[in-house]
Design a protein around this ligand. Structure first.
Ligand code: GDD
Length: 306
């Protein structure tokens, strides 16, 4: 195996590289700024010369395409950059594979936001669920998915499209719910903030998986995922943001008060996004292993040790 990991300095990219190192698998990371790391090359996914050169020179057996803009709230603020990076970026990878390395197996990373599930229907979303994204981020990922499937059909590109649900773990950037909650709780513990943490919408229900389980799923899909298929990666367990907050507060000895901050709400919010992981479990035997409480404690401890 020779794995090209795009977006290798991002949250999931770092865990993917750790996983490949740990399992003695040859890889090359790419990032907009390689930061003098011998395992990482400079590659801007919007620069087709960059992308062509890396794919042509390295000729990976597998490409895991993680580079992109992953924040739903930021996508509302900058939809152009989100569509460019997520949709055109994926198109550039597809074209480079088609021209220079047609036998590479591509794992394209989409999102559960492609489904844009109805807020009224509380159901486990499987891969046949209707897609009707409700924000620019979901549109950018669904467009990428459709391009991937077209390239599989038209040019026999060996690609799989993945729809991960919420993933969590230490080192994720701020602006995602577990980081926003954990950082404020630890700031209170350290006496840097007064007693109240600011939170957004606590009513929504999400499906959280630890990033270590996520990268293991991507690896299993590289090996056993069927070309031309879409796979959810999720825990199939719904947790309300209110419950998540309770779990965090219970893991702290400090007295924590909660203040709802309307500026943290989004223009459109999905009430319930919980997936079915039946298909990936069937095709690859993947099952998430990490317990939610353990993941939350790891995130708190990361901020505590900073
Ligand atoms: N970020 C954040 N900060 N979200 C909050 C907060 C807060 O202080 N308070 C409540 N929330 C609510 C959000 O309104 C949302 O309903 C939920 O917590 C989760 O928010 P995020 O962690 O920002 O994730 P997301 O669900 O919008 O998107 C994530 O999951 C997608 C897959 O479902 C991202 O990781 C995407 O990249 C991913 O594709």
């Amino acid at each position: 195996m020779k794995v090209l990991v795009t977006g290798s300095t991002g949250f999931v990219g770092q865990y993917m590289m750790d996983f490949l190192i740990h399992n003695n698998i040859e890889f090359l990371g790419s990032a907009r700024n390689s930061m003098d790391n011998a395992n990482i090359v400079n590659m801007n996914i919007l620069n087709t010369d960059d992308v062509d050169k890396v794919v042509k020179d390295y000729k990976p057996t597998h490409v895991i395409h993680l580079a992109g803009q992953s924040n739903v709230k930021l996508a509302w603020g900058n939809p152009q950059a989100t569509i460019l990076n997520n949709t055109i970026g994926t198109l550039n990878i597809l074209n480079a594979i088609k021209e220079h390395s047609p036998y590479s197996k591509l794992i394209s990373i989409g999102s559960s936001e492609e489904y844009g599930s109805s807020s009224e229907v509380l159901e486990f979303i499987d891969e046949r669920h209707v897609t009707n994204p409700k924000n620019p981020y979901g549109v950018s990922k669904l467009s990428a998915c459709q391009l991937v499937l077209q390239y599989v059909a038209a040019y026999q590109i060996q690609a799989i499209h993945v729809r991960p649900f919420n993933h969590i773990g230490p080192r994720q950037s701020e602006g995602f719910v577990t980081q926003d909650f954990a950082k404020q709780i630890v700031d209170i513990e350290k006496g840097k903030m007064d007693l109240a943490i600011k939170v957004g919408n606590l009513d929504s229900v999400r499906d959280f998986t630890d990033v270590k389980d996520i990268v293991n799923a991507y690896y299993m899909l590289m090996q056993d995922g069927c070309v031309g298929e879409i796979y959810n990666v999720c825990s199939s367990r719904g947790v309300s943001i209110q419950e998540l907050l309770f779990e965090f507060v219970a893991l702290s000895k400090s007295h924590i008060e909660v203040k709802v901050d309307p500026s943290k709400f989004r223009p459109i919010e999905h009430k319930f996004i919980v997936g079915s992981n039946e298909k990936i479990s069937r095709d690859t035997q993947w099952h998430p292993k990490m317990d939610l409480k353990e993941s939350l404690l790891n995130i708190l401890n990361y901020y505590r040790n900073m």
